[in-house]
Write a protein that binds this ligand. Structure first.
Ligand code: 7TS
Length: 417
């Protein structure tokens, strides 16, 4: 049935599960239904093949060798950077820094930009919706410098209160850092509006794009954001590779983050000078395979069309919310306005602890996440310790949602005694 289910809907993405080997697994006699893509996505065969191709054919260090293999690996590595540039519409590949992931990208920024530009009395605005990765590095910066962190509040539907945001902005604001899409509540935040207001106040903007970039079209020039962080593994790419985008003039002025090989110009015993962007921020042997394979993941998403990805998930989200709303025992967290949310749905099933629910679902090979989703302050705000979360990606189908609903029914029976 899966495959035919999506037909008739407007989604341009047919069932592509067969391209994802792990989704063809059957565990305990049940086909895997993967509903935890907010944590990490599955990988299509062509992305896996690219990893094997790299290690089988042109494994060699980049930017060092004069021999053909090194030139081949360097060319693939640089091509991947160009693919990333194009994907987010950056002006230049100098603006694309390879990192380990979103977490490292934000830490890089907090260290390199933060330490050089932030002083006591300055303010950084975050939101109540942030993942720990976009909280802790700024808390650490605040401890080092004495700057103050302020938080844009959310309403009961986990939507940012922009009127309150406007009140927080002042001539003390140096940076506004927020996620494009919440991993925990699914909220899609108005990037352009938040950015314009920040710029009017003279502040820079960082978008944590870990959940936004894999699912939505992003154009860093049109949005005029100063920094963007995202991870390859949530967008069909490998783990251990991510991106920090930054406007070239700002990155140029920032001191390096890590010191070592490659990032230097001249090294003396007592001091060194540093090379140009983007290598200035890429000390040591980078994750060459990761970068090249991320390039293949981007080609895969380009072939699908990122707008189609968003549309596909929007349909699945609408379908799921409709089914959830028919069951009075399910409490949905976050907004049900499809223009304001993506495909990560946090919910609570009356009388069943999220961890118990996740275990029951697992016994039927349905993978969802239960916990605080690395948003402990947000959970506290809602007066809960955890939620259950189902999150979608390109390979999910309405059949997946039907199986989730079916097993939720079974769980309900088990707990109704
Ligand atoms: N920011 C957001 C909004 C995220 O959702 C995540 C990971 C990160 C930052 C960190 O990304 P990383 O690749 O550096 O780890 N989110 C999740 C999640 O929701 N479940 O597991 C990881």
């Amino acid at each position: 049935m899966s495959g035919t289910e999506i037909k008739g809907a407007t989604s341009k993405i047919e069932n592509i599960k067969s391209e994802f080997p792990e989704l063809n697994r059957v565990i305990n006699g049940k086909p895997v239904v993967f509903l935890d893509s907010a944590a990490t996505s599955q990988k299509p065969q062509r992305v896996i093949d690219k990893l094997v191709e790299y290690y089988s054919n042109y494994n060699a260090n980049v930017h060092r060798g004069v021999y053909s293999l090194s030139m081949e690996s360097t060319e693939e590595y640089d091509t991947a950077r160009e693919l990333v540039r194009e994907f987010i519409n950056a002006r230049s590949t100098n603006e694309i820094i390879y990192t380990k992931g979103t977490t490292e990208a934000i830490n890089l920024l907090a260290r390199a930009w933060g330490d050089a530009n932030i002083k006591e009395g300055d303010e950084i605005i975050l939101t109540e919706l942030e993942h720990h990765s976009n909280l802790v590095p700024w808390q650490m910066l605040s401890q080092r410098t004495g700057c103050k962190l302020r938080f844009v509040p959310i309403d009961d539907h986990a939507v940012l209160q922009l009127d309150e945001y406007k009140k927080l902005l002042s001539d003390k604001t140096r940076l506004v850092a927020f996620n494009g899409q919440s991993n925990s509540m699914g909220t899609l935040n108005p990037i352009k509006e938040i950015t314009e207001l920040a710029h009017d106040a003279g502040a820079l903007v960082l978008v944590d794009g870990a959940q936004y970039v894999p699912h939505n079209k992003i154009d860093v020039q049109a949005l005029d954001i100063d920094f963007l962080a995202f991870s390859g593994h949530k967008m069909c790419g490998p783990t251990g590779i991510g991106i920090l985008y930054g406007k070239e003039n700002i990155l140029d002025e920032m001191p390096p983050f890590l010191g070592g090989g490659d990032m230097i110009d001249m090294v003396h015993y007592e001091y060194s000078t540093y090379t140009k962007l983007p290598i200035k921020f890429e000390a040591g042997t980078p994750n060459i395979a990761g970068a090249i394979v991320l390039g293949e993941a981007i080609r895969f998403l380009n072939d699908l069309g990122i707008e189609n990805v968003r549309e596909h998930e929007r349909e699945l989200t609408a379908y799921t919310l409709e089914k959830f709303q028919q069951n009075p025992k399910i409490k949905i967290y976050g907004t049900t306005d499809l223009d304001k949310r993506g495909g990560a749905i946090s919910f609570e099933y009356e009388g069943i602890h999220p961890h118990d629910l996740a275990q029951i679902l697992d016994s039927e090979s349905i993978c969802i996440r239960a916990g605080h989703h690395c948003t402990q302050p947000l959970m506290r705000k809602f007066g809960i310790a955890a939620t259950s979360r189902a999150s979608f990606y390109v390979y999910n189908t309405k059949d997946d949602v039907d199986r989730l609903i079916e097993v939720l029914g079974k769980a309900d029976e088990m707990f109704s005694f």
